[in-house]
Each structure stands twice: as C-alpha cells, then as structure tokens.
Design a protein around this ligand. Structure first.
Ligand code: UD1
Ligand code: MG
Length: 449
C-alpha cells in the first residue's frame, strides 16, 4: 500500500503574492498540480494534500482533480513535523509506505520517485530521503551519515554550527517512510530548535535504519520560495519541453525565444519560428508552420496550416489554412479547411466553411459563412446594437464588396454579390446583386480653374 502526502500548508511569504504559493503556475500548470502528476503512475492508494494557508482556495482548485485528493487541514502551521502529525488520524488503519512530497518542489520526475520507492523497499528502511550534494548548500537541512551510509541526523541550516555548515549533503525534503514505524515516533517530536517548530526531519534520528538516495539531476529538487526561483524553474521546464518536442520531430528556428505549455501537443514536421508562444491546451497538426511572432492559446490547428504574426485564442482551424500576418482569432472562431484569413482581420464566434477568404481589414463576429465565401476588404458584420449580439448568415460562393457593412440580424443567400460600400440591412435572396449605397452624382464643370 502506498499513501502520498503533499505538504502544501505553508504561506510562501517570499512570493509576495495573493495567490497561495502552491497555486503559482509553471508552464501552464500549478506547482501543486505538477507535484501530483509526478505521482500519478505510482497509483497511490491515498493522496493527501496538507493545506492550511488559504486552504479553501487550494481546495477549490483541486477538488475535482482525477487523483481524488483528500484535503487535510493543518491549522496553525507549526512545522513540517506538525503537518505530518495531522495524518495520524486519517491514516490510523493504514499500513504501508508514506511518500512525503513538498508542494513547492515541482520539477521532480516520476522516474526519481520510483527509484526512491524501490531503494526504500529493497533495504526495508524506516525512511529513505532524497539528497544532493550542493556546492552552495545554504538554507537547506544538512544530512549526516555514519560509516555504513545510514542517515543519523538532519540539522537545519539555521541550527548548524560552523563545522556542520561545511557539510554539502542536503535534504531535498522528499521522503519515503514506513508508516507503522513513523506513526510511533511522530508524537515524540519537540520544538527545541531555532524556529520553535516541529520538524519532520527530527524523525530520522528517532527512527533509526534511515537511508538516503542521492539524485543525479539536482535541478529536479529545486524548491520555489521566491519569484526568482519560479523564473528559474520556468526556464528549466521550458528547456525540458523544447527538448522533448525536438525529439518528437518539431523544428524550432530559435528554440530559446519560444515558450510552450505542458498541454500543447504537436504533430510531426511542425516548424516553429522565433517568438512563438503556446499557452493552455493546444493541438497543432502535422506540417504546420507557426510564427514568427504568434501567440496560440487553447486552440486546435489542422495539418499543413500556417500562422504568421497572429493571435489565436480558443479557436479551431482546419487543415491547409493560412492565417495572418496580424490576424486575431477569438473564442469560437471555427474554420474549416482551406480558409484564408489575412492581415488585420478579427474573427469571433463564427463558422467559416471550406475555402472562405477574409483577406483584409475585416471584423467577422457571430457569423456563419458557407463554402467559398469571399469577404471583401473592410467588410464588417455589425453584430451589436448596443444591447445584444445578432447573427449574420452568408451563403455559399457569395462575395462581399470592399467596405460592406452587414447589419445583423441578417441573412445573405448563396451566389450573392454585394456592391462595394454597401450598408446591407435587409436579407438578400440567392443569386442577387445587392447595393445599399447612395447614387453617385457628378456636377459637371464645377471646378472651372
Ligand atoms: C525543509 C526541510 C529541510 C530541507 C528543505 C528542502 C524541515 C524542518 N526542513 O525546509 O531540511 O532541506 O525543506 O526544501 O522539514 N509546510 C507545511 N506546514 C508547515 C510548514 C511547512 O505544510 O507547518 C510545507 C510548506 O508549504 C512547504 C514544505 O512544507 O511546501 C516545506 O516547508 P518550508 O518551510 O519551505 O521548509 P524549508 O525551510 O524549506
Ligand atoms: Mg522550502
């Protein structure tokens, strides 16, 4: 049996934020979400989140998480040992291993956790903790071992004397405990230390038979206490994500200038030009060409499509589409295949069927366009009357002239031609030419000079 407990009750004062530290985002996922994800494939029998500071907000974010977390309230927050003491009741009948993770250590790999569990179970230790050798161990608890390599004590940086501070073996704050043994010693913790708190690290000396596993990649155990470390972790994660997609057949012209969210998926032979950014959940098809200079958020793009210097937010684009430069596709812009959206065009909550072209300077909102509609330069769907939004329907193969205004609600048939400069306020039947502009009047010989 395996139980996982994540320490997430601390305040995170140094972040200087209204958002609880464990909810800060990294490449589109919160720190806590990342920590939980790293345990997913271990299939824990229990997943317990120890919450305290802004507990309600943390619970609200994670209550529907598929890992079905149990929320354990720690109030007040009297140290990491006190936090784990809160498990004595909920785990009263539990037997097995307890994996303790820090909510502010988000880069840990699943592989490392598996190694920790295997090491712990093989040696039947009371506790096994992750350690690392740091050139600059300042701020971390130091780990002291005997000749056999067993851990005999952990001393916090602030409690170390000068000699102890020289020890560069640090405690990463990630532990696997034998729960039956841990529950016997938890009540014995005392607060005889510089912070006057109950330290989980003090259980090591009380337990005996404690071991450690040194991590090979020290970036994995980077903890986040301030915005500087948050930015460092973001950089590490972005590098990991780019390396992953490079291996999967995506080309980056200037990788360091692009950012990717965890929930973006690319097909093969995608080319990503400099300064392109992917946020939220995206699905980018094969052979797409994105950028330079694009922002793609929560959008799907079909195969062979290109997006140049444009912003997509919650849009769905079919295959063989060309977007931009300087286009803005807003929520529920749904494009079939072979659609062309050109410069300074904004599309919102509209369906554009196959072969539509909106090449220049247009606003298309709350509209439904049939196949092969050609929207002339400067065409506007006037969808808002100051109170509500109204729909525009345009039939197949229709062409709107330059500078047409289509005042919604309105329905324009198939094979219609709308004269340039028209303001169209009445429905137009199939096959018609619609003109909605004042006649031109020429006063001859007016300028005699
Ligand atoms: C802790 C370890 C230290 C280790 C370091 C690694 C102890 C005493 N020290 O120190 O040896 O090197 O982590 O990063 O454990 N938390 C609670 N309730 C509390 C206090 C903290 O849930 O009452 C949570 C925090 O939200 C955080 C985690 O526990 O996620 C660690 O607490 P923190 O105060 O950051 O401990 P460190 O001083 O970093
Ligand atoms: Mg910390």
């Amino acid at each position: 049996m395996l139980a996982v407990a994540v320490l997430a009750a601390g305040k995170g004062t140094r972040m200087k934020s209204n958002l609880p530290k464990v909810l800060q985002p990294l490449a589109g996922l919160s720190l806590l979400e990342r920590v939980i994800r790293s345990t997913e494939n271990l299939k824990p029998n229990r997943l317990m989140l120890i919450v305290g500071h802004q507990a309600e907000r943390v619970e609200k974010e994670l209550v529907n998480h598929p890992g079905k977390p149990e929320f354990i309230l720690q109030q007040p927050q009297n140290g990491t040992g006190h936090a784990i003491q809160q498990l004595l009741e909920p785990l009263i009948n539990f037997s097995g291993d307890l994996l303790v993770l820090n909510g502010d250590v988000p880069l840990l790999r699943e592989k490392t956790l598996i190694e920790l569990l295997n090491h712990h179970r093989k040696l039947e230790s009371s506790v096994t903790l992750l350690t690392a050798n740091f050139e600059n161990p300042k701020g971390y608890g130091r780990v002291f071992c005997n000749r056999e390599g067993e851990v005999i004590s952990i001393i916090e940086d602030r409690d170390c004397n000068q000699e102890q501070k020289q020890n560069s073996l640090i405690n990463a704050g990630i532990y696997c405990f034998n729960w039956e043994r841990l529950k016997e010693v938890l009540p014995k913790l005392n607060s005889d230390n510089d912070q006057g708190e109950l330290y989980l690290t003090d259980t090591v000396a009380l337990l005996g038979n404690a071991r450690h596993l040194e991590v090979s990649d020290t970036t994995e155990i980077t903890g986040i206490n301030d915005r500087h470390q948050l930015a460092q972790c973001e950089a590490i994660l972005q590098e990991r994500l780019r390396q992953h997609w490079l291996k999967e057949g995506v080309s980056f012209i200037d990788p360091a200038s692009c950012t990717i969210s965890e929930q973006t998926i690319f097909g093969k032979d995608v080319i990503i030009e400099p300064q392109s950014h992917f946020r939220g959940r995206n699905n980018i098809g094969n052979c797409c060409h994105i950028g330079p200079g694009s922002l793609i958020k929560d959008s799907d793009i079909g195969d062979n499509s290109s997006v140049l210097m444009s912003v997509l937010n919650n849009a769905k684009i079919g295959s063989d589409c060309t977007i931009g430069p300087f286009a803005h596709l807003r929520p529920d812009a749904i494009l079939a295949s072979n659609v062309r959206i050109g410069n300074f065009v904004e599309v919102k909550k509209s369906n554009l069927n196959e072969g539509c072209k909106v090449n220049h300077l247009s606003y298309i909102g709350d509209a439904n366009l049939g196949v092969n509609v050609n929207v002339g330069a400067g065409t506007i769907t006037a969808n808002y009357d100051g109170k509500s939004k109204h729909p525009t329907r345009i039939g197949n193969n229709t062409k709107t002239g330059a500078n047409s205004v289509l005042v919604a609600p309105i329905s324009i048939g198939d094979d219609v031609i709308i004269g340039a400069g028209s303001t169209i306020t009445k429905d137009v039947p199939n096959g018609s030419l619609a003109l909605g502009r004042s006649r031109q009047y020429n006063k001859e010989n007016y300028n005699e000079n």
